[in-house]
Design a protein around this ligand. Structure first.
Ligand code: GAP
Length: 438
């Protein structure tokens, strides 16, 4: 296990701002609490997180298909799912300082963590976390719509559509990546808990008697996904929920947790939801959401195993796990040891000088490599500083075009983690990278 980095949280927030990973939203208007914008580097990383999930969960499997469902949704969905009645947090106000808190997250349920006053909380109010809006010009009850608080319901309400059109049978998963919205009472810890975030969810529909085995399968599979993408096992754990934490319909739930600077916290929940969701939508919509197995002449309501992850939260964990400060030649080098698949840029081309005889061919090499990967080009500042800049955003390979390159038609490639350098003919660079990049 690597040594914990002191002040890691602040370092990640600063690096994110400095290097165009994540900006506080609406900064020029004084900011908008708990909303964030992903910058030129961050947008690439977030896309890579989602792409890596999609690759593992959809592309490499024959038993999962994807969908992209609407964010705006009618109340009927949330009535059936139970969100209108139950998707609430207990909200308390401190009468002394006016601060608002989630009662279930307080260390001491009687003491305000903002001002330290005891016994001054209001009675808890059940605050629904869904964002309510109106579809169309008339703001009456008939026009009420919600921004989805999870992507999951999109899969349940499309179960019959997918089964009827995909020519597949359970075990069958429906996967989706997309934005979800929750009016969190206490957003915070940077992008860990925000009101607008992205989820990556799979609803895996199985014959009822296979639910337990698939639950075990997905717990292992999902834990391993984070390890495969560069998080050390010592920073991860799979924590089964205690009975009093389980939702009433859940037979079992486990969270994949990451060791954040404030302690263990959730990256993803894997739940055995039984047939609850399909039964609810059948009851409320009057539609049949069953599977008819022609081979056995059996009709059943599939059970669902749901691995539900957050893309933005996962990106934050990848940043934290990859961050290293190390001393090189008496100077601190900050490096993000990101998995190649997650790294925003796969390579950077750096001409040694701004002279056109170097920048011209260097740009030609960029054009060639850009056909395959996201590649940076940087001709500013001293070469050492440019290397550091790429280290800070986790670029695996830096390619230097120098004056010798004009003669020997070769470039120097420096690897991010070892800082080892090799000299390679320019004509071989693309193939060399393709061999090494995951
Ligand atoms: N369909 C089940 C579901 O939505 P969840 O545990 O509420 O389950 C799944 O959410 C994942 O979505 C969480 O593990 C977390 O990674 C992410 N998530 C939930 N609320 C979030 C928030 N306010 N900000 C960022 N990510 C969030």
């Amino acid at each position: 296990m690597s040594e914990p980095v002191p002040d890691l949280f602040d370092k990640i927030v600063n690096l994110s701002k400095r290097r165009g990973i994540v900006f506080p939203s609406a900064e020029i208007y004084g900011g908008f609490r708990s909303a964030y914008d992903y910058g030129p580097v961050g947008v690439l990383m977030l896309r890579n997180v989602k792409e890596a999930w999609w690759r593992s969960m959809v592309q490499l499997r024959s038993d999962v298909v994807g969908i992209d469902a609407s964010i705006l949704s009618p109340p009927a969905i949330w009535e059936a799912s139970g969100h209108l009645a139950n998707f609430t947090d207990p909200l308390v106000d401190c009468r002394h300082c006016g601060a608002r808190h989630r009662q279930d997250k307080l260390d001491d349920p009687d003491t305000c963590p903002t001002c330290g006053t005891t016994g001054q909380f209001t009675e808890p109010r059940h605050f629904n976390l869904m964002f309510k809006t109106h579809a169309g010009p008339v703001e009456d009850e008939g026009a009420v719509a919600y921004l989805r608080p999870e992507t999951a319901q999109g899969m349940f309400i499309n179960f019959a559509n997918v089964i009827n059109t995909s020519r597949k049978k359970p075990p069958l998963g429906i996967a989706q990546i997309g934005k979800s919205f929750r009016n969190e009472i206490t957003p915070g810890n940077f992008v860990f808990r925000t009101r607008e975030f992205e989820q990556m969810e799979l609803e895996f529909f199985v014959p009822p008697d296979e639910a337990e085995q698939w639950y075990d399968y997905w717990c292992k599979e999902r834990f391993q996904w984070y390890v495969e993408h560069g998080i050390d096992e010592s920073q991860l754990r799979l924590r089964p929920h205690d009975d009093d934490e389980l939702s009433h319909y859940s037979a079992a739930t486990s969270d994949v947790e990451f060791l954040f600077p404030w302690g263990w916290d959730e990256l993803e929940g894997i739940a055995n939801r039984g047939s609850f969701d399909l039964e609810q939508h059948m009851a409320h919509s009057g539609q049949k959401l069953e599977y008819y197995d022609q081979a056995t002449n059996e009709r059943y309501v599939p059970h669902v195993i749901e691995p539900a992850a957050g893309a933005t939260r996962t990106m934050m964990a990848f940043l934290m796990a990859a961050y290293h400060d190390e001393i090189v030649n008496d100077e601190t080098r900050t490096v993000l040891r990101l998995h190649h698949r997650i790294a925003p840029f796969k390579a950077a081309v750096l001409p040694l000088s701004k002279k056109p005889e170097l920048t011209g061919p260097a740009r030609e090499l960029v054009t060639e490599l850009q056909a395959h990967w996201m590649v940076e080009y940087d001709e500013t500042q001293a070469i050492g500083r440019r290397y550091r800049r790429q280290d800070e955003i986790g670029t695996p390979f830096c390619i230097t075009y120098d004056f010798d390159s004009l003669e020997d038609k070769a470039v120097t490639i420096r690897e991010r983690d070892s800082m080892d350098q090799v000299r390679l003919p320019i004509a071989e660079v693309a193939a060399w990278l393709a061999e090494r990049l995951v």
